[in-house]
Design a protein around this ligand. Structure first.
Ligand code: FMN
Length: 332
């Protein structure tokens, strides 16, 4: 496991962001700081609230929801790897209506800014889940608020030989447009896969279909063999799992850098392998407007809030008054 996994002594402990302005915007969505809880690693409701003041995070992205309940994959679903983990949870979820009735209220009561991640197996599924979300959004949401939809296109398209939507610019654009048709009142971000030949082209298709932001990146496709039992290690079998954690940070930085170079004004959320302040700053300096933390939360449930405090402390120590001074600096 990487020695950089976890938190240095310097980053521990709470401190208000105070004089440092960590405000950021992803498209039209303004957030008090750039630290997000990544989809799938912070539960469906306010589970993380036992460890973190959810209203102190930039936003909480909930685990991806489909229009109907979905069972996910058989166990085992997770496996530790060098520098990270493989998961094959398989988008298990209660379905959007159960989530709206049971979980959203608790999340909003925590004061969180909520990003609702949605997925589907067809373009019509994407429109359906978005429409149900639009129909079920509570009128008065305070103190929290639903601020955006994340369109998780890193899932199999049953109308295209189960190829991921995210592997095709056309299918990505269709899914993003379908969500816009179903729920026109919320800004859309597209969660893209790094397993593509030309990520910039897919990001361009997402922006072209109306996404205000792209979330870069979802897990990398992986497979592990259980040598002792001479079989595939995860219950998903040959489908394998998604690699996440510190090992994927350079892939996320590369992705953010390339998309920022091509789209100077597009919203970008960087995600992949962030464990500490320096990791988050790599993504910001490569061009991310915000940074989501996934696997690090599974190791340390307080990782997100510690990152908020650590970023403020780093900026103060470096004489940086605003995140704007850092975003995309490596592009010159
Ligand atoms: C257990 C687990 C479940 C995940 N579930 C989802 C999901 O439902 N939707 C999604 O868009 N991404 C999901 N992801 C991907 C993360 O949001 C993130 O993109 C990825 O793990 C890389 O970030 P990290 O290295 O910080 O974990 C999941 C990741 C993990 C580890």
């Amino acid at each position: 496991m990487s020695p950089r996994w976890g938190w240095s002594r310097r980053e521990r402990g709470a401190a208000p962001t105070g004089d440092v302005d960590l405000t950021t915007a992803v498209g039209s969505v303004t957030l008090p700081n750039p630290v997000l809880a990544a989809s799938g690693t912070a539960g469906h409701a306010d589970e993380l609230g036992a460890y973190v003041a959810l209203d102190r995070l930039g936003a909480v992205v909930v685990k991806s929801l489909a229009s109907e309940p979905w069972p996910g994959n058989p166990a085992p679903r997770v496996r530790e790897t060098h520098g990270g983990m493989l998961n094959s949870v398989g988008l298990q979820g209660p379905g959007i209506e159960a989530w709206l009735g049971r979980d959203l209220g608790r999340l909003l009561a925590s004061g969180a800014r909520v990003v609702v991640s949605v997925w589907g197996r067809t373009v019509a599924d994407f429109e359906s889940v978005a429409r149900r979300l639009a129909d079920g959004l509570p009128a008065a949401t305070g103190p929290g608020a639903v601020v955006a939809i994340e369109v998780n296109v890193s899932c199999p398209n049953v109308e295209d030989r189960r190829r991921m939507f995210a592997h095709s610019p056309t299918a990505t654009a269709e899914a993003v447009a379908a969500v816009g048709a179903g729920c026109p009142m919320l800004p859309r971000w597209a969660k893209l896969s790094p397993n593509v030949a030309d990520l910039v082209e897919v990001a361009g298709a997402a922006y072209g279909a109306g996404a205000e932001g792209v979330t870069l990146v979802n897990t990398l496709l992986g497979l592990a063999v259980d040598v002792e039992h001479r079989r595939i290690a995860l219950g998903s079998g040959p489908a394998g799992g998604g690699l996440s954690g510190p090992a994927v940070l350079p892939v996320a930085v590369r992705s953010v850098f390339d998309v920022r170079a091509a789209y100077p004004d597009g919203g970008i959320v960087g995600v992949g392998g962030v464990s500490d302040v320096a990791d988050a700053l790599q993504l910001v300096m490569a061009g991310a407007d915000a940074v989501a933390v996934g696997t690090a939360t599974l190791r340390d449930p307080r990782a997100t809030e510690r990152l908020v405090d650590g970023l403020a402390r780093w900026c103060r120590a470096e004489g940086v008054r605003s995140l704007d001074e850092l975003r995309g600096v490596v592009h010159g």
